[in-house]
Design a protein around this ligand. Sequence first.
Ligand code: G3P
Length: 214
Amino acid sequence: MTHFQYVINLKTYEESTGSRTENFMNPLSNKTYESEVKFALSIPQLHLATKFKSVISQHVDYVTYGAHTGHIIMEDLISLGVMESLLNHSERRLPYPIIKSTLERAKELNFGIITCSQDMAETEALCEIGAETIAYEPPELIGGSVSVSMARPGIIEEIAQLCREYGSKLLVGAGIKNRIDVETSKKLGAVGVLVSSGIVKSNDPFLSLNSLMI
Ligand code: G3P
């Protein structure tokens, strides 16, 4: 059974960094919903060493132990209990060969990667190199008030079909703010959503999260 997945990306907003990160982690990361829902909180990198559960990284590098100043290695994340990361987010784009090497390394270590894609062509290229979970996020809609499910339903359907053919899972994100956005995404073939500003910048993040539950 595929669990519908909610990924809350805290990014590096003023509201979600520094001493405020923990305000999100405490109630959000330990929140339990019905068993058919999977929940992940993508937190600022400097806060990854945490006791809180369901935490994932916003970025990871393909290099292993060694002289790699400033890199985030999977082995170190795993040692902290962090078993998954976003990759190639629109705000942290990577060259294709780097994505490929990172996916290969992740497979070796059984580390989960949610690879972000901006369009159909990129999704196809990612499927071809074995991306197991793809997050389609049109960059022009990120942080805006019009959701991906309202603005790009046809593309979501096509991308979902493509992902099914390759055996990849599809999440969608950008501008998701309410239950209808989530329900529509699911209906169009997504198995989860990525949400940021609708929760992080909301006056009541927990109420906003609850309002997305389907
Ligand atoms: O990673 C999720 C993100 O890029 C979507 O952002 O603010 O449109 O929900 P937002």
